[in-house]
Design a binder for this molecule. Structure first.
Ligand SMILES: [Zn+2]
Length: 496
């Protein structure tokens, strides 16, 4: 069943911009894409308005709710979803697995609900998977996974008449189960791969666990598989989720938070009651003050908050896409990671998984900003240091120095730049060695440079190395190989 419906235009780290084709409807959705959740019974913002005002190319709605609704079931069957919702973009439908997780029972089988999704004209349909909560006993996670896999077998056999199919990935908080679920589903050949049961992790700010589970799932999938991070609707974590290689996000948050008088920002969530100012330039926020917004009657207030929440969410998706195109997704992620300690943890966790990041990171980008200790662990730094193990130094002696001149007393002179380490001068203008670094570097940057020196020294055992430095911290100097001669300078100008 694998169809070439997802095309990747450009990468930054594991993040990417792609095009998901909806066959038969002459539609392409650009990813990363946000799918606002539309509840037919409670349309805080109508689908028509999502399309006309917010530029929504795709939304998600629950087929199980429509299926059980006296009000909408027949209309959905007669008119089709797109007319019912007055929405021309792509519509993904969920099967009711969320209801299963919340209420523990579901009176419908995969084939039956897929047939309903086909008949109402869904563009991307979902089988009935079993969302296992985090930290469930392993036996339960495995048993649920076996049930989900049977649903996927039914889905694989289902004739959807061109309709795209989700292959949901479960496995609780067991990385190996997530990986296995992903490789099984990928072999069966679905069109989109939602990583499920993430909501409990997201609401508990367990972002590092989200990173772990998504990366495990990604390991079981081909790079050509579009991944949907199910339930990730908060703009503060879009950059992180995209950097993990996720392509689709659904947001119920914009409406749920609005009903609770909460105001989303890319740095976190605010309570309207506690806001003295509205820190946003969306049409809602420029037309009203926080006090005026509070004074509106609840229905209006909820709609206005929901619209603000949507504006900031779509803005952040566009910012993330721009960052990928400009090759500075990591710089954006570093800024977002400072919004919450749990996000910083998650970012650090992501940097531990170098292979995932390096696999698709482009060799050259616009700029490299050294912004934090974490910058020293970016894939560009690791890649440079891997090269150092293979670089040959000319001559018998080599001086490593931050200065710009050549040494008279050494056969060759290499530049030394934290966090990368040494490199031949010829590479000075080559990305990422054109990096912008602050004057006051973190210890991590010096230590990383020292490790780079070690790689080079070990690769060239015949060469006598000297290192000229200005105010390198002792902890970094201690990491250098014993064989290297260390020259200390009082000021940077003393260096050759
Ligand atoms: Zn606003």
């Amino acid at each position: 069943m694998p169809r070439d419906l997802f095309e990747i235009d450009v990468h930054d780290g594991a993040g990417r911009i792609g095009q998901l084709t909806i066959p038969g409807r002459d539609l392409t959705v650009e990813t990363p894409a946000l799918l606002p959740v539309v509840n037919p019974h409670r349309q805080t913002v109508t689908p028509a308005r999502l399309e006309s005002t917010f530029g929504a190319e795709i939304l998600i709605t629950n087929a199980y709710i429509l299926y059980g609704s006296d009000e909408f079931r027949e209309r959905a069957l007669e008119e089709g979803l797109h007319r019912l919702y007055e929405f021309d973009g792509a519509i993904m439908t969920d099967s009711g697995s969320f209801q299963l997780a919340e209420y523990g029972s579901l009176s419908v089988e995969t084939t039956e609900i897929l047939e309903f999704q086909r008949r109402i004209g869904s563009d991307i349909a979902t089988p009935v998977d079993i969302p296992t909560p985090p930290d469930a006993p392993r036996e339960r996670a495995e048993a649920d996974l076996a049930t989900t896999d049977r649903a996927l077998v039914d889905a694989e056999a289902f004739d959807g008449d061109g309709m795209l199919l989700n292959g949901p990935l479960q496995g609780s908080t067991y990385a190996d189960l997530r990986r296995r679920a992903a490789s099984q589903a990928y072999r069966r050949g679905f069109d989109v791969y939602p990583v499920g049961a993430m909501v409990p992790l997201l609401t508990a700010y367990r972002y590092a666990d989200v990173v772990e589970m998504v990366l495990a799932a990604k390991q079981g999938l081909g790079t050509d598989a579009p991944v949907h991070l199910f339930g990730a609707g908060h703009p503060m974590m879009f950059a992180l989720a995209v950097a993990l290689g996720c392509d689709l996000f659904d947001s119920a948050a914009y409406a749920l938070y609005a009903r609770d008088d909460r105001y989303l920002t890319v740095r976190g969530t605010e309570r309207l009651a506690e806001l003295s100012h509205l820190p946003c330039s969306c049409p809602i926020c420029v037309a009203t003050t926080a006090a005026e917004l509070r004074a509106h009657e609840p229905t209006d207030r909820t709609r206005m908050l929901a619209e603000h929440n949507l504006y900031v969410s779509y803005e952040e998706i566009r910012r993330v896409k721009l960052a990928i195109r400009q090759g500075n997704l990591f710089e954006l992620l570093e800024a977002r990671a400072r919004g919450h300690p749990a996000l910083l943890d998650a970012y650090r966790h992501l940097l531990d998984h170098e292979t995932v990041l390096e696999r698709s990171d482009p060799a050259t980008k616009g700029s490299f900003f050294q912004l934090s200790a974490e910058s020293s662990r970016r894939p560009e730094v690791r890649r440079h240091q891997d090269r150092l193990s293979r670089l040959a130094v000319q001559g018998e002696s080599c001086l490593l120095t931050a200065g710009s001149g050549h040494s008279e007393t050494h056969d060759s002179t290499w530049r030394l730049l934290p966090p990368f380490g040494p490199f031949p001068r010829a590479l000075s203008e080559v990305y990422p060695l054109v990096a912008e670094t602050p004057e006051r570097l973190s210890l991590a940057a010096f230590e990383s440079a020292a490790d780079g020196v070690t790689r080079l020294v070990e690769a060239n055992p015949e060469v006598r190395f000297s290192l000229a430095h200005h105010r390198w911290p002792a902890a970094a100097l201690d990491r250098l190989p014993e064989s290297i001669e260390i020259l200390t300078h009082e000021s940077p100008d003393d260096e050759p």
